[in-house]
Design a binder for this molecule. Structure first.
Ligand SMILES: [Zn+2]
Length: 473
């Protein structure tokens, strides 16, 4: 498997630190507002990568943090804390704000069928770990204390700028921030901040205060994944300063190489435009669902283009995604029908080749720096062939199994709506009545009608039945 590594700016062969295992950290949401589709593109790329590694039999330990303190309005070191600002505006406690938007984020993640990470650590629950790391940085001479503030001294870390390609000189030339007299160098960033007006305060060796945003991810990743791990993901906006600062902190503290592969997702555009509050195009997942779009179509749309290209999100694109998923679902419906009604038999060589080639090519496509367009093309070629073939029950079952393996990575059939629509419920009742009248022909006709709409009905012991999505286990 090959991945593009932002750190080396090259496509590299992926080699985990431990064979068969991968440690992966993803920068999660800052919970001061509802996360929008742009945020979710990056989270979905992490989910796609994780699912694909699992498809290859690798055990992934995945951590995604929740930032509930310390992320300032300006990603650099200035401005108000995003959570504080939301709390003041809404006249609520910052933790209440954090809870509302964490719940919103978790709900949207579930709607999009994002596999939950092993842990969602919260910054406010890891203050001790951050203080411990800051102490080490001070002891090692990488950080200094001025009054009740602690800053990281960027001139002490020789590789500062390696990830983003910035140099301290360039950064100084482009700096637009007012000079902070306390800092030795304008690019030094805060590890611990003193601000008597800040709503969230903790005791520290440097007095009451709160942590900087960057130290959170260094402290939490090392706690759960160790000082050195395989993959770190985020949006392209995280590269600088956030990830640059994470490297500086973590490597200075541990003396080890922090992360081996850095994976960054490019921005999402909406109808060709940059997404922003003022343009009113920061849609949330919940808003798109309220507009009538299917959650699995949103998922499909957001994963369907390469992560290192900007993706232009449109409503037409969502409709096309619905049609693409429908093609897969129709194939599943047909195969389900064959599996249930066709005769048993052996799997022919031709069918064997069809699904083993499909799985190998799907694997090859995603192994090539997550080439999703190619992987989807492989998937639809397979669907076309599967629709053409005449087959027995065992073969249909093998092809269904192939689709479900592919979907363990794509996660779109899994995310189909499982709430049974009213008309399907009525049909199921009609079938039950026909069966009670021993009108088997009518019962079979209704069953076929239900299946044609993407649902199956199965009898349960005791004369009842269960309706589920075709293809659902
Ligand atoms: Zn982070």
């Amino acid at each position: 498997m090959k991945l593009y590594n932002t750190l080396t700016r090259k496509i590299e062969k992926f080699k985990p630190l431990q064979q068969g295992k991968v440690g992966m950290y993803s920068c999660g949401p800052t919970v001061y507002s509802h996360p929008h589709i742009g945020n979710f593109r990056s989270f979905l790329v992490a989910d796609l990568l994780k699912r694909f590694l699992e498809f290859k039999g690798i055990k992934v330990t995945h951590i995604m943090n929740i930032t509930d303190v310390g992320h300032l309005v300006d990603d650099a070191d200035e401005g108000a804390d995003k959570l504080e600002e939301a709390a003041k505006k809404q006249k609520k406690d910052p933790l209440e704000i954090a809870k509302v938007y964490t719940d919103s984020f978790l709900q949207a993640s579930k709607l999009l069928n994002i596999k939950p990470p092993d842990k969602y650590p919260k910054a406010t629950e890891h203050i001790k770990e951050m203080i411990d790391m800051i102490k080490i940085l001070i002891d090692k001479g990488y950080a200094y204390v001025v009054g009740n503030n602690v800053y990281y001294d960027v001139t002490k870390f020789a590789n500062y700028g390696q990830l983003s390609g910035n140099t301290l000189d360039d950064l100084n030339a482009g700096a637009r921030i007012e000079i902070n007299e306390e800092k030795k160098h304008p690019q030094d960033f805060a590890l611990w901040k003193h601000d008597p007006k800040h709503l969230q305060q903790w005791d520290s060796p440097w007095g009451k205060g709160f942590p900087g945003w960057h130290i959170e991810c260094s402290a939490m990743s090392s706690k759960y994944l160790g000082a050195e791990f395989d993959i770190h993901t985020g949006g392209e906006d995280n590269i600088f300063p956030h990830h640059e600062c994470e490297i500086a902190q973590s490597e200075a503290a541990s003396g080890k190489k922090f992360v081996h592969y850095w994976l960054h997702t490019r921005f999402l555009l909406f109808d060709g435009e940059k997404m922003s509050k003022s343009k009113g195009n920061l849609y949330t997942i919940q808003e798109l669902i309220e507009k009538g779009f299917k959650k699995n179509a949103i998922r499909y749309s957001l994963i369907s283009s390469h992560y290192r290209q900007n993706y232009n999100f449109t409503f037409d694109g969502l409709k096309a995604a619905e049609q693409a998923i429908d093609k897969i679902q129709q194939c599943v419906i047909r195969l389900e029908d064959i599996r249930k009604t066709a005769k048993q038999g052996k799997i022919s060589e031709q069918v064997q080749k069809l699904f083993s080639d499909c799985l190998a090519e799907f694997d090859n496509a995603l192994s090539d720096d997550l080439n999703i367009s190619k992987a989807l093309a492989v998937c639809f070629d397979f669907i076309r062939e599967a629709n053409k073939s005449d087959m027995n029950s065992a073969e249909a079952s093998a092809l269904l199994d192939t689709i479900s393996k592919i979907d363990s990575v794509l996660g779109v059939l899994e995310a189909a709506d499982t709430e049974v629509p009213e008309n399907i419920k009525e049909l199921a009742e009609k079938r039950k009545a026909a069966k009670l009248n021993k009108d088997w022909k009518a019962a079979d006709a209704v069953r076929a009608e239900i299946l044609a709409q993407g649902w199956t009905v199965e009898d349960t012991p005791g004369g009842g039945y269960r309706v589920k999505r075709a293809g659902e286990v």
